[in-house]
Design a protein around this ligand. Structure first.
Ligand code: BDR
Ligand code: CA
Length: 312
């Protein structure tokens, strides 16, 4: 039985790559995809999501959630994703069915499949936090939550100590991390181990496939942006590595920790704080994937991209 998942994302190049892979992975039943502001403003996030799903045209169409328009999008020091979030590929706007806000789509999907759905959060945690605020009892019905974000060692990408997803909405990150449900965090250090150089471009599906066209449009931008902005010859596809943590958890090392999120610090808002005292005072509440088999995860990603190309 394929695993039922909701993808909550802020597309974003790595979000878009993860989406393309997930929609054509026979191990996953993507029941809903929901947009939120983050890498791009909410309206653009929704437009990107609808356009991507419309073009990829997966065998089973998931429900789509619209990004709430009141989400904050703090300024990011670097923008690796281009002005449209997808490396400037300028996808045609496609208005697909539905039009419910993401929070409602997540709520309804969880209620339709109690305890069966894994929510994969690839953007700021705003949408999930709102679902939990609206209906706290829903924690009993959520199968599992897997989160791309946070940094276990305080080495951030948005600020010195905070990853972009937690940086966008620290109170939401705190809310989700504190909730008593099964949660796995795939932090920046782990997703950052999985890098790809320019030779990735030779391994993408052909231009003649719909997924190939999108990937070949976005990924050169990501590689160029990393070179120009960070001086790096390789990219990390954080959200894609987090997706592999769902499909292939055996490739990751896991520890259980007691964690919380700073919301007030002038320099540290959004920082994941782990109780590492000799005698731990906080209750364990979170699994963190601390490292992975890099070559095996890269291989999964390349096979996932090929499958997306073959399906389109
Ligand atoms: C996160 O930052 C975003 O730019 C990526 O899409 C990813 O979700 C990692 O910090
Ligand atoms: Ca993202």
């Amino acid at each position: 039985m394929p695993r039922k998942v909701i993808l909550d994302l802020d597309p974003g190049i790595d979000d878009a790559v993860a989406l393309a892979m997930a929609l054509f992975d026979p191990r996953l039943d993507v029941v809903a995809v929901t947009a939120g502001g983050g890498n791009v403003p909410p309206e653009q996030a929704t437009a990107n999501l609808q356009a991507l799903v419309g073009i990829l045209d997966p065998p089973r169409l998931p429900r789509l959630g619209v990004a709430p328009d009141d989400t904050v999008r703090p300024e990011k020091p670097f923008n690796m994703h281009g002005t449209d979030g997808l490396g400037g590929i300028d996808l045609p706007r496609a208005r697909l069915h539905g039009g419910h806000v993401s929070e409602k789509v997540i709520w309804e999907t969880i209620h339709a499949h109690p305890r069966e759905v894994t929510i994969i959060c690839l953007g700021p945690l705003t949408n999930l936090s709102r679902v939990l605020a609206r209906d706290p009892a829903i924690v009993e019905l959520i199968g599992e939550v897997v989160i791309a974000g946070g940094t276990a060692h305080g080495q951030g990408n948005a600020t010195p100590v905070v990853d972009f997803n937690f940086y966008c909405d620290p109170p939401a990150a705190r809310h989700v991390i504190r909730e008593p449900m099964a949660k796995t965090l795939v932090p920046l250090e782990t997703t950052g181990q999985v890098t790809f150089g320019f030779d990735l471009l030779d391994q993408l599906p052909p231009e003649s496939s719909r997924a190939g066209r999108i990937l070949r449009g976005m990924l050169p931008h990501a590689l160029r942006a990393h070179r120009q902005i960070l001086g790096r010859e390789e990219i990390c596809l954080h959200d894609v590595a987090a997706l592999v943590a769902v499909t292939n958890p055996e490739l990751f090392e896991r520890v259980t920790v007691a964690a919380d999120v700073e919301t007030g610090g002038e320099l540290t808002a959004g920082m994941l704080v782990i109780d590492r005292r000799t005698v731990r005072q906080w209750r364990p509440n979170l699994d963190i994937l601390t490292s992975c088999d890099v070559a095996a995860v890269q291989d999964c990603i390349l096979r996932g991209l090929a499958a997306a190309g073959a399906g389109t």
